[in-house]
Write a protein that binds this ligand. Structure first.
Ligand code: PNS
Length: 165
């Protein structure tokens, strides 16, 4: 019987409960899910280093048993191929995500017609959550405790203390 491996790529700076919700949903329908952190993101100066982000994701997903964490540079399709993944998992929170996701999915299909993109919806309570908003609100002293895993919350506090100190 063939097994299905999927790849869930992103910047994850940092992992949110929305990401984690999607990982949980994805891990239920595929045999193995590879969470892939893009190393050379064009999103500007990150808050967390790539190893820090990888550690947080590995710790938060340890209990799933069928999730692994990698980092990558270059084309996603190449990374998917080299890890034996035949599908890309992406979350769509709202219609506003759709255009960007559609373009990426179509470009990935152009680059590798055998690679399918699976879209899943996160729990309703996380539809407005993004890493960018989490960082912005936390920097301004807002409460984001229910929107990120506890281990991410801890690291956010440590970062804040270190940068203040
Ligand atoms: O969730 P994010 O941070 O917007 O994720 C974006 C990501 C990492 C999925 C995307 O930037 C990506 O796949 N980059 C790798 C480069 C690539 O393959 N580009 C062609 C597809 S558009």
């Amino acid at each position: 019987m063939s097994t299905v491996r999927a790849i869930y790529p992103g910047t994850f700076d940092p992992l949110t409960n929305g990401h984690l919700d999607l990982i949980a949903r994805g891990a239920k329908i595929v045999d193995h899910l590879v969470v892939a952190i893009l190393r050379n993101s064009e999103k500007g100066e990150p808050l967390f280093t790539v190893p820090e982000r990888a550690e947080m994701i590995a710790e938060a997903t340890r209990s799933f048993g069928n999730v692994s964490v990698i980092t990558f540079d270059g084309l996603l399709v190449e990374c998917a191929r080299s890890h034996g993944c035949r599908a890309v998992l992406r979350g769509i929170r709202a219609i506003s995500d759709y255009e960007y996701e559609f373009q990426m999915a179509m470009m990935n299909r152009k680059l590798d017609p055998a690679l399918e993109t699976l879209f899943m919806l996160p729990a309703e309570k996380y539809t407005y959550v993004s890493s960018r908003l989490i960082k912005g609100v936390f920097r301004l002293g807002g409460d984001v405790e229910t929107l990120v895993p506890p281990l991410v919350m801890e690291r956010l506090r440590t970062k804040m203390l270190n940068s203040a100190g």
